[in-house]
Design a protein around this ligand. Structure first.
Ligand code: CP
Length: 298
C-alpha cells in the first residue's frame, strides 16, 4: 500500500480506505512482527493545537514500526520568533526526517506547503475542516463492529459546524453509501456546511434510528461567545441513560474525544456496554501504523 501524503480523506479511494483498515487489523493481530519495518526512518510530530490521543498514538504507532520519533515543542519553537510553517518543515526535512505529522489551526495551507517538500506530510487535524486519521479510526471501529461499512446508519450529534471530525467522517461515509443524520443544538445555529449526503434530525430520532451514534464535544475554543451553560447543555442535549433507553442494543456510541463528562455525555453513558470510545483509542494506534507505513511507502 502506498499513500503520497495524507492531507484529506478526499485523497483516498474507497479501495485504499479498505486496504488501510485491513492493514490496521493486520497490525493489531501481528503486533510483534512490525517492530523493525522502518528502523532507518524518522517521523516528526508538530502539534500547533493541543492533543492527547492523536499526538501520543502517532508517536506510539511510529515506535511500533521501529521508527525513531521527534516531537517539536511548538510553544517554545522558533515559530514563536516568526518562522513560517514551510520554513519550519524545510528545517526538519534537512535533518533527514522522512515524514511529519502536523496539527494546526490554520486551514487550507497544508497542501500548498506539501508541494514544496520532499518529506511526507500527514494531517493530524486542521482547523474545522480535516481530521483524516480520526475518520479512518472511526471507520475501523464501525468495520470491526459490524463487519462492513456499507449501508450503515450513522448519526452525529453536537457542535457539528466546528467539527473537523464530522467533516472528515462525512466525506468517508459518502464513499460507502452510509446514511448520515445530524442533530445540531439550536443554540449553535443552523448547518453551515455544504454536505449533500446528510439529513437533519430531531435529537430523539437521531438516537433512536442509528447504528452508530457519534457524540461531539462543544468546541468552546472556536466559539466567539458562550451560548449555553454546560449544565443546561447536558439537561437539554446530553447523552445519558434516560435518552439511551431508545437506543438499540446492537447499536454503538462513539466519541472522538476529548469528552466532557456531564456535558455532551454522562459518566453513566460512558460505562454503557454499547460505548466504544476506548476501542476507538486502541484502533487509533493500529490505524496510524497503517497510515505511516502507507505514507513512507508512497
Ligand atoms: N480526537 C482527537 O483528535 O483527540 P486529541 O485532540 O486528544 O488528539
Amino acid at each position: 500500500m502506498a499513500i503520497k501524503n495524507l492531507l484529506s480523506i478526499k485523497d483516498l479511494s474507497k479501495d485504499l480506505i479498505l486496504e488501510i483498515l485491513e492493514r490496521a487489523i493486520y497490525f493489531e493481530n501481528h503486533f510483534l512482527d512490525s517492530q523493525n519495518f522502518f528502523s532507518d526512518h524518522i517521523v516528526a510530530n508538530l502539534f500547533f493545537e493541543p492533543s492527547t490521543r492523536t499526538a501520543l498514538s502517532f508517536e506510539l504507532a511510529a515506535k511500533n514500526l521501529g521508527i525513531r520519533t521527534l516531537s517539536l515543542q511548538t510553544s517554545s519553537s522558533s515559530v514563536q520568533k516568526g518562522e513560517s510553517l514551510l520554513d519550519t518543515l524545510l528545517t526538519i526535512q534537512s535533518m533527514g526526517v522522512n515524514a511529519s505529522v502536523v496539527r494546526l489551526k490554520e486551514e487550507n495551507i497544508l497542501r500548498e506547503v506539501s508541494a514544496e517538500l520532499s518529506m511526507k506530510l500527514i494531517n493530524a487535524g486542521e482547523g474545522t475542516i480535516e481530521h483524516p486519521t480520526q475518520a479512518l479510526l472511526d471507520a475501523l471501529t464501525i468495520y470491526k463492529e459490524f463487519g462492513t461499512l456499507e449501508g450503515k446508519n450513522i448519526t452525529i450529534i453536537g457542535d457539528i459546524n466546528h467539527s473537523r471530525v464530522a467533516s472528515s467522517v462525512i466525506d468517508l461515509f459518502a464513499l460507502f453509501d452510509m446514511t448520515v443524520g445530524l442533530f445540531i443544538p439550536e443554540e449553535f445555529g443552523s448547518l453551515n456546511r455544504p454536505w449533500k449526503n446528510v439529513k437533519l434530525l430531531p435529537l430523539d430520532d437521531a438516537i433512536k434510528d442509528s447504528d452508530v451514534l457519534i457524540c461531539l464535544r462543544n468546541q468552546l475554543e472556536r466559539h466567539e461567545k458562550t451560548y449555553i451553560s454546560p449544565e443546561e447543555f447536558h439537561k437539554k442535549y446530553g447523552i445519558n441513560a434516560e435518552r439511551l433507553k431508545a437506543f438499540a442494543d446492537t447499536s454503538i456510541i462513539m466519541h472522538p474525544g476529548p469528552y466532557n463528562r456531564e456535558v455532551e455525555i454522562s459518566s453513566e453513558a460512558l460505562l454503557d456496554s454499547r460505548c466504544r470510545i476506548q476501542q476507538q483509542v486502541q484502533n487509533g494506534v493500529y490505524t496510524r501504523m497503517a497510515v505511516i507505513e502507507g505514507v513512507l511507502n508512497g
